[in-house]
Design a protein around this ligand. Sequence first.
Ligand SMILES: NC(=O)c1ccc[n+]([C@@H]2O[C@H](COP(=O)([O-])OP(=O)(O)OC[C@H]3O[C@@H](n4cnc5c(N)ncnc54)[C@H](OP(=O)(O)O)[C@@H]3O)[C@@H](O)[C@H]2O)c1
Length: 335
Amino acid sequence: MLYNNRKIILEKYGEPWTAASLKSESISPPTKGEILVKTSFVPINPADINILEGRYGTLPALPATIGTEGSGEVIATGPDVAEIREGDQVLYLSRTDCWQDYVSCTAKQVIKIPKNLPGKFACMLKINPATAWLLLHQGNSILPEGWIIQNAANSGVGHAVIAIARKLGVRTVNFVRRKELIKPLLGAGGNIVVMDNDEGKNAAIEQIGDAPVELALNAVGGESALRIMSMLSEGGTHVTYGAMGKRPLKVPNSMLIFKNLKLKGMWLTKWLKSADPREIKEVYDLLSELLLSGQMLQPIDSVYSPENISLAIKRATENSRSGKVLLDFRLNVSQ
Ligand SMILES: NC(=O)c1ccc[n+]([C@@H]2O[C@H](COP(=O)([O-])OP(=O)(O)OC[C@H]3O[C@@H](n4cnc5c(N)ncnc54)[C@H](OP(=O)(O)O)[C@@H]3O)[C@@H](O)[C@H]2O)c1
């Protein structure tokens, strides 16, 4: 039996919504040691946009099927596969070609997640929640009475930071660039939510008082990165993990000389490649539980069929979305 596989491919880097196109091909059943996964949903992340533009840490050889994350159901297993069964829901873990109907892979390239986790949320588990977990665990110690600060707090990572920090008993100061996000983010568990400007910063400082601020998480760069840096206590850590504002980080010397701040970067890809598989499994079990129980939110803006890939990507590049843009691989144009 052959499977009709729709896949989103990148032939030439460029404007993201024109660089991606949909192609079809036939693929064969899994062979020895392989499993075949039917993709359900995939999100469009900033990293996917950057790859389409040709501006990312690692780039595929072209033409390439793309997509940094997604989830699906195992529909067939080849001989010699013990750990995974037909009907299991899995997350693509070490694949960068998730935007297709079927992925033929090994059991080690996926991770089993609870069957009752809705596919729309499961597809967003690999990158942003795990990034938030790492930001709050990897060598960044936080005192129980301390605070952490983040910008772009309404992003997928930002929501996950709020949820995981709550679980750890750590309070968050959240900077956003739209007033209408303040109420929903307070509702999602953010302790302080303010506008990403000097007025917002002063309001946050008034509420925090003398409590230590040990960790600042930066996904924007430029002025916003410096704003959260300037709120750190002496010896605090500033981690840059994103650059949504496309502005460089120009650090005043005084931040290093007089405040002895530590400036770091973080890339989830490195951890996924080097961490012990048991640790990875434990982290995704915990994150699945947070999503399932509703303690962690990953808002969705809109859902498109793969045939509407250009519209979907266009939407994903727009400001002021209300969450992630997803592709639903259970749909086709006739539906
Ligand atoms: N280092 C890693 O391993 C790693 C892993 C995951 C994600 N990331 C990075 O983390 C960042 C967030 O990713 P995500 O998927 O969580 O994002 P997302 O859910 O797509 O949300 C994007 C966020 O960026 C804000 N934003 C967009 N353009 C901006 C600008 N010019 N200035 C300031 N803010 C801007 C948006 O604010 P509005 O809603 O107001 O538009 C929103 O808060 C991205 O840079 C991504 O590449 C890095």
